[in-house]
Design a protein around this ligand. Structure first.
Ligand SMILES: Cc1cc2nc3c(=O)[nH]c(=O)nc-3n(C[C@H](O)[C@H](O)[C@H](O)COP(=O)(O)OP(=O)(O)OC[C@H]3O[C@@H](n4cnc5c(N)ncnc54)[C@H](O)[C@@H]3O)c2cc1C
Length: 387
């Protein structure tokens, strides 16, 4: 079966970034198509945190409230050195109204973005279609895609790769992706909550490796533990035993909802734009998940890309110049977020001088600098401060 359809903008990838970008375009009157290879949303949740900067972006679309209704507001994080309490960082003094981090599993976030997009334009998101090849001519890009029933052909003015870290768009356009794999490995799982933390987060800077704990909706809690090696087949008992040994919390009998292992990488594309091919989200930048900022960074860069496309489409502005500014600003912010994520990750590593590190953290958490820390943890000051 053969077909040939023409769209002003085609987004490849219906993950959180592609869905958000499509919603912004559709709501501002710019027609676009999203092609997603998976027939449905993945049930495995990676991200859990929606930061205030992202809630502000959602608020511009008048959708922030529906996310807040489903999620859990994290207003405080308690810090421990080994298992001794050393202080609390509060987000309540951050700029209102979004002076909290919203905990919501990524699959629920994607479902809500998808439902909102489907209501705005039921034809926009097409699932079960995989981009396999494309080429650029002067004014357009020609796509070859695969679906169960056969091959499809599309033509577009702008092709946007929101197709994740292994992006075919980035690779075939010849954009380089520089970075590295860190030696750090983690195990992460969601369980029924047995702690007294309620809706607060907790971070244990432990001599045997970091332990992070975040509330989730529906009475669940996520545990993330630094491990000394990668567990190919992580299990409830591996995570529970490590947790008990480090911080004396026993989740052996708590119902488990998800478990996984992950390694950590940092990669950045050399440009986010070449001719009529553009990138946003993980296709353009990968940061360490420790600190929980990768998806939020994707929305921030998609927000800048939307502004650029809006100016080109509605105001007839010079595309080359505007897209170069998009690349410059979004790459600068991606580098800054990567630096912050790396600092979080280094803090949680096993160290030779644990006592010195504990004294330093105790001093930070109990000084006026803790307000700056709260801002860094909530992704404030990007593009303004050096960290
Ligand atoms: C363990 C872990 C925990 C994390 N926790 C957090 C957190 O707490 N906070 C946070 O902000 N971030 C977090 N992240 C990062 C976050 O998950 C990613 O940054 C986010 O998913 C990126 O979204 P995206 O839309 O750019 O890419 P993806 O989510 O990867 O989506 C890309 C989409 O493109 C589709 N696709 C790919 N190729 C094609 C093709 N050829 N044709 C059609 N479709 C295609 C894929 O099927 C996929 O649906 C975490 C990541 C990990 C691994």
């Amino acid at each position: 079966m053969s077909d040939h359809q023409i769209y002003p903008i085609i987004i490849v990838g219906g993950g959180p970034v592609g869905l958000y970008l499509a919603l912004r375009l559709i709501k501002s009157g710019i027609r676009c198509l999203v092609l997603e290879q998976k027939p449905e949303i993945d049930n495995h949740s990676r991200s859990l945190g929606i930061h205030p900067v992202s809630l502000e972006l959602f608020d511009e679309l008048q959708i922030a409230d529906q996310f807040i209704e489903k999620g859990t507001k994290i207003s405080k994080g308690h810090a421990f050195a080994d298992d001794t309490f050393i202080g609390t960082i509060s987000f309540e003094d951050c700029p209102p109204p979004f002076n909290f981090i919203l905990s919501l599993p990524q699959n629920m976030t994607e479902q809500m973005l998808q439902d909102t997009l489907n209501r705005a334009d039921p034809e926009c998101l097409q699932r079960g279609i995989e981009l396999v090849d494309f080429y650029q001519t002067g004014q357009s890009v020609h796509l070859t895609c695969k679906r169960e029933e056969g091959i499809l052909h599309y033509q577009t003015d702008w092709l946007i790769g929101c197709d994740g870290k292994n992006s075919i768009v980035r690779k075939k356009a010849g954009m380089t992706f520089e970075g590295k794999q860190y030696p750090d490995t983690y195990i992460m799982g969601d369980f029924n909550d047995c702690t007294t933390f309620g809706s607060d987060a907790a971070v244990y800077i432990h001599r045997d490796g970091l332990v992070e704990s975040f509330p989730l909706p529906d009475g669940q809690r996520r545990w993330v533990l630094k491990t000394s090696n990668y567990f190919e087949n992580p299990t409830h008992s591996i995570l529970a035993n490590l947790l008990k040994k480090r911080v004396s919390i026993d989740i052996t009998r708590n119902q488990m909802h998800m478990i996984s292992s992950f390694g950590v990488q940092h990669f950045l594309a050399d440009t986010f734009c070449t001719g009529r091919i553009l990138l946003a989200g993980d296709s353009a930048h990968i940061v360490s998940p420790i600190g929980g900022q990768g998806m939020n960074l994707g929305w921030i860069s998609a927000g800048f890309l939307f502004q650029a496309l809006h100016q080109i489409h509605h105001k007839n502005r010079n595309a080359e110049q505007i897209l170069q500014s998009y690349t410059d600003v979004a790459r600068r912010i991606a580098r800054q977020v990567a630096l912050r994520a790396e600092m979080n990750m280094r803090l949680g590593r096993k160290q030779n001088l644990p006592v010195l590190r504990q004294l330093l953290i105790r001093a930070l958490v109990n000084s006026p600098l803790k307000n700056t820390l709260a801002k860094v943890f909530t992704m404030r000051g990007l593009g303004k401060w050096w960290i």
